[in-house]
Design a protein around this ligand. Structure first.
Ligand code: GH3
Ligand code: MG
Ligand code: MG
Ligand code: MG
Length: 313
């Protein structure tokens, strides 16, 4: 564990550094408040600090106050050290944001114990962050394929639609549905079906641009969100996806499973897509058309628009 020691008294600082090193800490030291603040900034900085109250530059309590204003950074554990001649007690130090408070000169075993107390708090913080990260993954990632789940991809679409509204750029969506997937399950088993879902997601993930998003919308349905893409652009991406998915059979054990997908494209804004629901509805109708026209193909809402007056399918 890295500890910062900030004290302008050379003798006392050296005494602290030596003690801490003897207790197994990695120590960095400085002699004023500005240097202390600089050392604490950044993710790689020390997570424990011993700050002298009176120092050149910033005093210890000012350092505490400044550190507690940082909101994006992890919480460092701060211990203030004060000279015995201060009689206003612990309150001002703790109020400035320090976690603990020690009078100088102090009893080394007490400092050692207080550092351990600080490490317990820091360990708890680590556990919380790890748990929060795991929950975030659980809440937004599809367990089978590792891509976004339905909730996450819908939120992404909502964000992109808001952005498109603000800056007037288009967004298109592609609804993808694997063809005859039920037969794949029936013929090769559910595990093979799962592997096909995973591999199809992988192939599409590799084929997308970094700022496109892909999520699992339902069982064997995927949704792509393409920022900045109009319907023609979306149809080109969809065609690339279609080819990638069908490029070669998917292997499962010694089986080779041929897979194709049908895709429906729709863009926002357009006459039939004025909000999220109508945009998804338009993509869904285009997908349905791709199915009814033989599968393994892309249809877009625009082609429906062009042909709906002259054809009835
Ligand atoms: P179509 O070409 O018309 O889309 O035919 P289809 O068989 O793909 O369509 P249908 O909707 O009838 O079947 C989808 C199947 O996907 C049914 C369901 O059992 C299967 N499925 C849904 N989720 C999963 C999953 O997580 N794993 C596996 N292995 N199968 C799944
Ligand atoms: Mg001092
Ligand atoms: Mg389906
Ligand atoms: Mg299907």
């Amino acid at each position: 564990v890295q500890v910062l020691v900030a004290d302008d008294d050379v003798v006392f600082r050296l005494f602290l550094v030596r003690s801490l090193e003897r207790w197994g800490y990695e120590v960095c030291a400085c002699a004023d408040g500005d240097a202390a603040l600089e050392a604490l900034r950044g993710e790689a900085g020390p997570k424990l600090a011993l700050l002298d109250w009176e120092m050149p530059g910033k005093n210890g309590d000012e350092v505490c106050r400044a550190v507690r204003q940082w909101t994006t950074q992890r919480y460092p554990y701060l211990i203030l050290l004060t000279a015995k001649d201060r009689h206003d007690g612990a309150a001002p130090g703790l109020e400035s944001g320090a976690d603990d408070y020690l009078n100088k000169p102090f009893d080394p075993p007490e400092l050692k114990a207080r550092l351990l107390a600080g490490r317990r708090i820091l360990d708890l913080q680590d556990q919380l962050i790890t748990a929060r990260e795991a929950l975030r993954v659980q809440a937004f990632q599809d367990g089978l394929t590792g891509i976004w789940n339905r909730r996450a991809i819908m939120e992404e679409l909502e964000r992109e639609l808001n952005r498109a509204e603000r800056d007037g750029s288009p967004v298109s969506v592609v609804m993808v549905d694997l063809d005859h997937f039920k037969q794949i399950n029936d013929r090769h088993g559910h595990q093979a079906g799962d592997e096909v879902l995973r591999e199809a997601a992988r192939r599409m993930t590799h084929a997308k641009r970094p700022y496109d998003a892909i999520g699992r919308y339902g069982g064997e349905e995927f949704l792509l969100v393409l920022p900045g893409c109009d319907e023609n652009g979306g149809a080109l991406v969809a065609e690339r996806m279609r080819k990638r998915v069908a490029a070669r059979p998917i292997e499962h054990g010694d089986r080779q499973i041929a897979v194709t997908a049908s895709l429906g494209v729709a863009a926002y804004p357009s006459s039939e897509a004025l909000d999220m629901a109508s945009l998804l509805g338009a993509a869904d109708r285009a997908l349905y058309r791709a199915k009814s026209r033989g599968r393994d193909r892309v249809e877009s809402a625009a082609t429906l628009r062009c042909t709906s007056s002259s054809s009835s399918d």
